[in-house]
Design a protein around this ligand. Structure first.
Ligand SMILES: NC(=O)c1ccc[n+]([C@@H]2O[C@H](COP(=O)([O-])OP(=O)(O)OC[C@H]3O[C@@H](n4cnc5c(N)ncnc54)[C@H](OP(=O)(O)O)[C@@H]3O)[C@@H](O)[C@H]2O)c1
Length: 352
């Protein structure tokens, strides 16, 4: 699935204005990100901040986790969310956050984006619209053309493969999305890769399995006694659901920044696709073991939960992560939901 490499051959094959942009060092920014705010201004040659700067469109679950890790590594990180309440919460945790509605992108935000060296796109498509940023193609293209950006990653989903009759699915398996959202995902993947190609920056697409991690897992659902979400209900009858721990997404993102390859699509999943029933049963055992006297009522109720009939294999797939391991040289921190859930419960304070 390799499309091109950032080699000399690549540089000489692209138009000169893009070529120069690509060669421009991302470590010579025109803008300075200062203090705890995203303030962008030209600095000339002196006193500029030469650190890598990540911009995260959509500071959701993955965005926040990744942002924290990058901050710990010394990056300058800024990102967006859609509500004032969330912005205040995130700012209290030390993040630079801009209120942003991708349906109506504001120039200030787009200008902030220009100063960044790396861009993570974590905003999902909108039903009936598609990718909300790609609606504003010309604004996006002109912003990125005039930026310090050198890397972009679009977070997608394994749902783009559609119904696979139980097949083992790698990145060469033809994507054939069946529902509307998955069709919009596939279009968004192609749209972002095209934008990146047009402006001459390195880009990747990550097709993520079901994301879990601290604060969002089967253990958390049991403890909070949350009702199942619509997508969880839909997955109840599936035999194989691919998952990935947010810490592994984060390390895959970091690895993709350092590779030379560009325009690659990677399945980002763990080694152990399993049914929801199996995962919940394991999570219940962990919760009971950790808080035996306090959880009987909760867990007996959860064990009674109807998990539905086994579905036919028509809509099933086992997603391969071989390419991720080979090209990103990734050693999963949590190769199975078992080690992932264990680490989540080990880090939990008593929630009762
Ligand atoms: N959850 C899964 O299991 C799963 C599996 C595969 C792929 N994915 C996809 O992978 C990506 C990352 O997942 P995640 O779980 O971290 O997602 P998430 O927690 O839902 O975060 C999505 C982010 O996008 C922002 N957003 C949504 N609509 C927007 C709009 N119109 N304008 C501006 N911002 C908007 C949200 O803003 P607010 O912060 O204000 O809400 C949020 O910050 C998402 O695209 C998700 O759909 C998820």
């Amino acid at each position: 699935m390799e499309i091109c490499q950032l080699s000399e051959r690549f540089f000489s094959a692209i138009p000169l204005q893009f070529n120069n942009r690509l060669r421009k060092s991302a470590r010579t920014p025109k803008f300075l990100v200062c203090s705890n705010r995203v303030s962008c201004f030209q600095t000339g040659n002196s006193g500029h901040d030469s650190r890598n700067r990540m911009f995260i469109l959509g500071m959701g679950f993955v965005g926040q986790f990744f942002a924290q890790e990058l901050l710990n590594d010394g990056w300058v990180v800024s990102g967006t969310c859609t509500s004032m309440k969330k912005r205040n919460e995130l700012e209290q945790r030390g993040f630079n956050v801009i209120l942003f509605d991708a349906n109506q992108p504001e120039m200030n935000t787009m200008n902030s984006l220009k100063s960044c060296t790396h861009l993570l796109v974590s905003i999902p498509p909108v039903m009936g619209i598609g990718d909300p940023m790609l609606q504003h193609g010309e604004l996006l293209r002109s912003t990125l053309m005039d930026s310090n950006l050198q890397w972009l990653c679009y977070l997608s989903s394994t749902s783009v493969y559609g119904d696979c009759g139980g097949a083992c699915v790698d990145e060469d398996y033809p994507a054939s999305p069946t529902n509307e959202m998955a069709k919009l995902r596939l279009a968004a993947e192609q749209g972002w890769l095209k934008v990146a190609q047009n402006v001459g920056i390195k880009a990747h697409v990550f097709r993520l399995g079901g994301i879990y991690g601290p604060g969002r897992s089967a253990v958390d659902t049991i403890i909070k006694q949350e009702p199942l979400s619509e997508s969880q209900k839909w997955r109840v009858s599936k035999q194989f659901t691919s998952r990935v721990h947010v810490a592994d997404i984060s390390q895959a993102l970091k690895a993709s920044i350092h590779i030379q390859l560009s325009r690659r699509i990677y399945n980002i999943v763990d080694d152990d696709p399993a049914s929801r029933k199996e995962v919940f049963s394991y999570a219940l055992d962990l919760v009971e073991k950790r808080w035996p006297s306090l959880t009987k009522e909760i867990t007996s109720h959860e064990r009674d939960e109807p998990f539905g009939q086994k579905a036919s294999l028509r809509g099933e797939k086992q997603v391969s992560n071989a390419l991720m391991k080979k090209e990103l040289a990734l050693q999963l921190l949590y190769p199975s939901y078992k080690s992932g859930l264990q680490s989540i419960i080990d880090q939990m304070a008593n929630p009762f």
